[in-house]
Design a protein around this ligand. Structure first.
Ligand code: IPE
Ligand code: IPE
Ligand code: MG
Length: 248
């Protein structure tokens, strides 16, 4: 089992990462299908390669000292894909949780899921719920997997929760609303990276993205190495964030 190193200031400097790192990064992991197509392989092979790329990204996030990493693994719209592809994705997810949980836990990673789990087969659902429970007291990287996730569904769910809790309209604030989203306990989203060239959110973290920076890379997710990841973070670190104010 690998214990991930923590980079020192000097190592971060060597990587060109000087300054304030993003606290919370979201990644839209896109391009698995195109990666496989380029290699005349089935789309499922692209998803497998994507899963392997993800392992390195999680390790790197830990090493860099990023507070929270949220990855988009399966959208509410992805149910519209062919059944064989969905089956392959579900099997990969089962494999991922089986294989990775011990290492993630040993590295103090806290796992969360974003999305409605009731639609998944009991085996996968139990695996995910067990991983979440097992790591809930971990204090390292907050690693969240958006699965059967759609931001519109998330917002509607939050509204329903507020109504069911009987919270009067005048008590509903942005803070209280945000606490009812899946990301309620996570820090503010700073950076969204989307691989594979498309420049859209595809229903990912709409509310949370209000002041996030966007970095788009042409790299397909299976080819998204820690080096490319660091380049995206570097780009973020060169941005000027104004939050509506005037920067002197
Ligand atoms: C992203 O890769 C993974 C999921 C959406 C599950 P795609 O499967 O969307 O790959 P492309 O966009 O077709 O290349
Ligand atoms: C977004 O990718 C969803 C995930 C990465 C899980 P899609 O490939 O489904 O998005 P569109 O169809 O290009 O918008
Ligand atoms: Mg896609």
């Amino acid at each position: 089992m690998r214990i991930y190193p923590k980079y020192t200031e000097a190592e971060l400097k060597k990587l060109g990462l000087v300054g304030k790192l993003p606290e919370h990064i979201g990644i839209i992991m896109d391009g698995n299908g195109r990666w496989a197509k380029q290699r005349l392989m089935p789309r499922s092979a692209g998803h497998r390669a994507g899963m392997e790329a993800l392992q390195d990204i999680v390790r790197t996030s830990h090493s860099l000292g990023i507070g929270a990493l949220t990855v988009y693994a399966f959208s509410t719209e992805n149910w519209g894909r062919p059944a064989a592809e969905i089956d392959a994705l579900m099997s990969l997810l089962v494999e991922y949780f089986y294989k990775e949980i011990d290492e993630l836990d040993a590295n103090n990673v806290r796992i969360r899921t974003l999305g409605e789990l009731s639609r998944f087969a009991p085996k996968l659902r139990t695996l995910m719920e067990t991983a979440v429970q097992r790591t809930e007291n971990n204090t390292g990287l907050n690693f969240s997997i958006a699965i059967n996730y759609g931001s519109r569904a998330e917002i509607v769910r939050a509204v329903k929760m507020l109504v069911e809790e009987g919270i009067p309209a005048e008590s509903i604030t942005e803070k209280c609303f945000a606490e009812h989203l899946y990301t309620g306990e996570l820090p503010e989203l700073d950076l969204i990276i989307r691989t594979a060239g498309e420049q859209r959110l595809s229903n990912f973290l709409l509310y949370q993205a209000a002041y996030a920076e966007f970095v788009f890379t042409e790299t397909l997710f299976p080819a998204f190495t820690p080096e490319v990841y660091c380049d995206c973070i570097k780009e973020f670190m060169h941005r000027t964030r104004r939050f509506g104010k005037v920067k002197e």
